[in-house]
Design a protein around this ligand. Structure first.
Ligand code: NCD
Ligand code: ZN
Length: 356
């Protein structure tokens, strides 16, 4: 009898909370954009859209045109709102940034250290050259989203985030008081500790996949290109630190999926691109993780409340409902795109929470 009662309870497990946003997303352009934008728009109300196109989105005019292309790729009736970013280069113009922010078009500027990741060649090498822009951003309250990895070939790839914090991020924040920063896609306990050490003006995003995989998933028993992303997954102790921060409810931590689609042909090759495509199952993965951590009641803070709070935007009025089924959720292993098949992130276990 007891078994039966539990069974019935589980069948009706639902979770309704404010609609989530994604505070770090790659939507690409052209065929890929048309394939992936509707996937994110199905679950999320808004997303901070990364500017690392080829060529990158560097000025207000680029951002306005890209925003139009994103809106044109959404299903009819979608209310998804792309929140645009500018790619910081050594020639970025402070007035253009300030105007794009004042018009409401641009919600953040993105710092890629040159060469750190996909399409980051135009990133910053000499931080003195971006000083004026950063100071202007601090004045107008425009946040800087930071890809936190040094690119020095002498620094081991697994240490690049920790070294970046010491050598770049902390000095940069000290030199520009009042600049609001987001340490994006944190992968280490060092990153978590650093965000916690700041009283104000520093947030940290965490992806769903970094809550699930560590570097063994990537490398043990064969190399798994679909788990390769940047920053690369670290040791288990770091994954556990990310989990603790995500489920803590601490307002400084919020969801940035870093869903980064690359067609299979670009991943399954001798030199594969970095990026996990998590947009279709992020919410299922997160509910699974938060339930494992006995923290389902904190999922709303992480996915739907803390991000808007940091960006000074209202939380969404409408809601999302997650439902826990007895059978695993069926979602496609791949989606078709105009660039060929695109593999969906495989958490490595069955998911039972689905978006109703
Ligand atoms: C991103 C991409 O493919 O654009 N890749 C990734 O592994 N996350 C770039 C980035 O955010 O580093
Ligand atoms: Zn990214």
């Amino acid at each position: 009898m007891q078994q039966c009662a539990r069974h019935v309870l589980r069948m009706t497990d639902t979770l309704t909370f404010r609609r989530p946003d994604d505070w770090h997303l790659h939507l690409r352009d052209g065929d890929m954009l048309r394939a992936v934008a509707p996937v994110t728009a199905a679950h999320f109300a808004r997303a901070i859209v990364m500017p690392n196109l080829v060529p990158p989105v560097v000025c207000g005019e680029d951002a306005a045109a890209y925003r139009d292309r994103i809106l044109a790729s959404l299903p009819a009736g979608s209310s998804f709102e792309p929140l645009m970013t500018l790619y910081l280069t050594e020639t970025t113009d402070a007035d253009d940034v300030a105007a794009a922010a004042a018009s409401g078009l641009v919600k953040a500027v993105k710092l890629y250290p040159a060469g750190a990741t996909t399409n980051s060649a135009s990133g910053v090498r000499d931080f003195d050259k971006v000083r004026a822009v950063l100071e202007r951003m601090a004045e107008v309250g425009l946040p800087l989203c930071v890809h936190g990895e040094v690119t020095d070939p002498d620094i081991d790839i697994f240490d690049r985030e920790a070294v970046f914090i010491d050598r770049v991020l902390d000095p940069l924040r000290r030199a520009t008081p009042g600049l609001r920063c987001v340490l994006e896609h944190i992968t280490t306990s060092n990153g978590i500790d650093y965000v916690k050490s700041a009283a104000d003006g520093l947030g940290g995003t965490i992806t769903a996949h970094h809550l699930i995989i560590n570097r063994n998933h990537l490398l043990v028993g064969g190399i798994r290109p679909h788990y390769y992303c940047l920053p690369v997954a670290k040791r288990e102790e770091h994954r556990l630190a990310l989990r603790a921060a995500a489920v803590s409810g601490d307002a400084r931590f919020f969801l940035g999926t870093d869903s980064a689609p690359h067609a299979d042909a670009a991943k399954e090759t001798g030199c594969g691109c970095a990026g996990c495509f998590t947009a279709p199952n992020t919410m299922s993965c997160l509910a699974h993780v938060f339930e494992e951590e006995s923290a389902l009641e904190k999922l709303e803070a992480f996915a739907s409340l803390n991000g808007p709070l940091f960006y000074g935007l209202p939380a969404n009025d409408d809601t999302i409902t997650l439902q826990k089924d007895n059978e695993p959720v069926v979602y496609p292993a791949k989606i078709e795109t105009g660039e060929g098949p695109l593999t969906v992130f495989d958490p490595g276990f069955d998911l039972y929470w689905r978006v109703a």
